[in-house]
Design a protein around this ligand. Structure first.
Ligand SMILES: Cc1ncc(COP(=O)(O)O)c(C=O)c1O
Length: 326
């Protein structure tokens, strides 16, 4: 139960629910359309720092209830980092471990954090999760561990697990509906496993079919961790085209520059996927003129510093003076 004094018996008490939602914060200086209210849902205020705490906990809860995971067994999961971080932390508290199978291009910060959270880390020579072309490297590797060592490993598999969608149908969607008092007209999210857009989309459409569910997708060749563009969507078994009204493609470099602008103009230390979603929402706000939009801001910028400086090199140099060399 949510405690208004914010005193909890353990970390599980911080997991989000309708009574304990992640915050919505309005975009002000960067909103191009005064009659289009735009709110960011700050998923980085989840206990392990991203939207993935929701599906991770729901998948684990179900596996524990089915007796498929517990001390003595291990989880194995393909992840671009966030799901792994949530699973590793939750599993550690429960007394078991995660083997995280990650593509090579996952930012260094996430790889280190996975180990900090107690995961065994397996890094593939791959591309952004999962690699275009080579496709499902991390997913296939995790599946093969679960198949060849069924006595050791349990595979939640966020890409195919209905508990991922259910987490968003039962928490994210109802939170947004209640926080906006049913006034929202547009919902904006990016596509990874597609658990968020499918779960929230289904919930919001069940309340009001007129709500526009808009997917924001990075352009071809992107390097935005956690995200898929249309040509990579095949692996996301949870994508439900019937709840998506619009897919907006955005030049992926804007993910990084918009993330920096959100920090500098709104005080929102947003990661690149939030930067990308913001740019898509901004364009729709400009196009439609009036409305009430909610954007999912999946995580904050701290895990992406090494990616960010590739796209915005001025960030890696002092404004005055010089960095010491040792
Ligand atoms: C940073 C980030 N943004 C967005 C997403 C996409 O969310 P979903 O997997 O629910 O489609 C992910 C998924 O891994 C992510 O890590």
């Amino acid at each position: 139960m949510h405690d208004t004094l914010r005193v909890y018996d353990d970390i599980f008490g911080l997991l989000p629910s309708e009574e304990n939602p992640t915050p919505l914060v309005r975009i002000n200086r960067l909103n191009p359309a005064p009659d289009f209210l735009l709110y960011a849902k700050l998923e980085w205020l989840n206990p392990f720092g991203s939207v993935k705490d929701r599906p991770a906990w729901n998948m684990l809860r179900r596996l524990e209830a089915e007796g498929r995971i517990g001390p003595g067994r291990k989880l194995v999961e393909p992840t671009s980092g966030n799901t792994g971080l949530s699973l590793a932390a939750l599993a550690s508290v429960r007394g078991y471990k995660l083997r995280a199978v990650v593509p090579g291009k996952v930012p260094r910060e996430k790889k280190v954090l996975l180990k900090v959270a107690g995961a065994d880390l397996e890094v593939l020579n791959d591309d952004v999760c999962p690699a275009p072309g080579l496709g499902d490297g991390a997913i296939n590797r995790a599946k093969s561990h679960a198949k060849s060592s069924p006595d050791e490993f349990t595979l939640p598999n966020q890409y195919e697990n209905e508990a991922n969608i259910e987490a968003h149908f039962q928490t994210t969607g109802p939170e947004i509906w209640r926080q906006t008092q049913g006034r929202l007209t547009h919902f904006f999210a990016a596509l990874g496993t597609c658990g968020t857009i499918t779960g929230v989309g289904r919930f919001l459409k069940s309340k009001n079919p007129a709500i526009k569910v808009v997917a924001i997708s990075p352009s071809e060749g992107h390097d935005v961790p956690g995200l898929r563009n249309l040509s990579q969507l095949g692996v996301s078994k949870l994508f439900d085209a019937s709840v998506v009204d619009d897919i907006v493609e955005i030049d992926f470099k804007l993910a990084y520059t918009r993330a920096v602008e959100l920090s500098r103009k709104e005080g929102l230390l947003a990661g690149p996927s939030s930067g990308l979603i913001f740019e898509g929402a901004r364009q729709i706000a400009e196009r439609d003129g009036t409305g009430f939009g909610v954007m999912i801001f999946c995580d904050n910028v701290f895990k992406y510093v090494s990616n960010l400086v590739k796209h915005v090199p001025e960030l890696d140099a002092p404004s005055f003076g010089f960095y010491p060399t040792s």
